[in-house]
Design a protein around this ligand. Structure first.
Ligand code: MG
Length: 371
């Protein structure tokens, strides 16, 4: 099965309600979608959103990286030389992790299809059912409490509360939500780099002493402030998770060795795809550190790939934050992974199992540049 060409498209899906973090507010999700073509007629699907504030990539940069550098590097390669193809993708250009992830996802989809099995089985198997948390956007306290109650009513057993704005108000937000739903749902916090190390320690100590039990605090301080992560991790009882501080396997090794985090948030768009996500899960397992599989605000194509990895690496990926498809008004992806509220269920279809993608508008390029 040889890679013969590709098509690129865009997928734009409105959200049920605006997604608000300490960094941004958005009301739709928009992915660049890649369809890899082969000489056997099989098609591989991959996708990447643009999360400029986190990875530095835009739709324009993702499209150009895929079209002019990554795809030419793997054209005519045999899908069954998976490791070689992955090396070509990862070595094709510096950084550009989301662009690499989109292509890797499509390559792994084809590799598993070529072996006639769902991707998670090719990656080592597992129980193909996951339970995801749901994100509660940062907002007025009453609105956040109501959103949390609604989520618990819908059966979500873990809620990820976005904080990281004004620390004093954040503490009140968390206390109010905890009082409303802690008998039904685990509470996780994500400060999206919004606090200083000292503020984080103050906030967590106050929550800890007032009996509010938080499962973990995600990325309280700036991503590049690894010393700040260590400062917090040393001083609070609550587990600290690294998100923006951890991209690839090297950062994970450094963070773990310096004890800068208790838990690692793996996202395919930060790691550059599935190959590095697997490495991180294995490194974490070696050190007895847990991981969470997360995603960006992105459609079910990339999130499906993340679900396959989470199932196969469930020995170290003990938490799942793959709620993006639940935040969208519709799921345009038909086949493969079923997203039903908190439950994520993977079918037995080969590869990612994607049959069709509705709402997909294909991009046109002049032939010379794309070949
Ligand atoms: Mg996060």
């Amino acid at each position: 099965m040889k890679i013969t060409g590709f098509e690129l498209g865009k997928l734009r899906i409105p959200l049920k309600m605006p997604f608000k973090t300490a960094l941004r507010t958005v009301d739709y999700m928009e992915d660049v979608v890649i369809v890899l073509q082969t000489d056997t007629g099989h098609k591989g699907f991959g996708s990447a959103p643009a999360t400029a504030v986190i990875t530095g990539e835009t739709h324009g940069s993702i499209i150009e990286a895929i079209r002019t550098i990554i795809l030419p590097a793997i054209k005519n390669e045999d899908i069954q030389n998976l490791n070689h193809v992955v090396d070509l993708i990862q070595g094709s250009l510096y950084k550009n992790f989301s662009a690499k992830a989109a292509v890797e996802i499509a390559v792994y989809d084809l590799f598993a299809q070529s072996l006639g099995a769902p991707l998670y089985k090719i990656l080592g198997g597992g129980e193909p059912v996951l339970s995801t948390d749901l994100t509660i956007s940062v907002d007025y306290i009453d609105k956040m409490v109501q959103d949390a109650i609604d989520a618990a009513d819908r059966g979500f057993e873990a809620l990820k509360i976005k904080v990281g704005k004004d620390m004093r108000v954040d503490i009140e937000r968390v206390k109010a939500i905890y009082a409303a739903v802690s008998d039904r749902a685990l509470i996780r916090l994500d400060a999206n780099q919004g606090w200083t190390p000292k503020q984080t320690v103050t906030a967590l100590r106050e929550l800890e002493s007032s009996g509010v039990e938080i499962e973990f605090i995600e990325q309280p301080v700036r991503g590049n402030d690894v010393e700040g992560m260590k400062y917090v991790t040393e001083r609070v009882t609550t587990s600290v998770m690294a998100d923006e501080s951890s991209f690839g396997p090297r950062e994970v090794i450094d963070l773990i060795q310096m004890r800068g985090a208790d838990i690692i948030n793996i996202k395919l768009m930060k790691t550059g795809g599935i190959s590095n996500a697997i490495k991180i899960a294995d490194i974490a397992a070696l050190y007895d550190v847990d991981c969470m599989m997360g995603c960006m605000l992105e459609t079910a194509i990339g999130v499906s790939a993340a679900a396959h990895v989470a199932v196969a690496k469930s020995n170290s990926i003990t938490r799942v934050d793959l709620d993006a498809p639940s935040l969208a008004t519709v799921n345009p992806v038909v086949g493969g992974v079923l997203f039903n509220g908190s439950e994520i269920r993977i079918s037995d279809a080969p590869g990612l199992g994607i049959e069709t993608i509705s709402e997909l508008s294909m991009l046109k390029f002049d032939r010379a540049a794309a070949s």
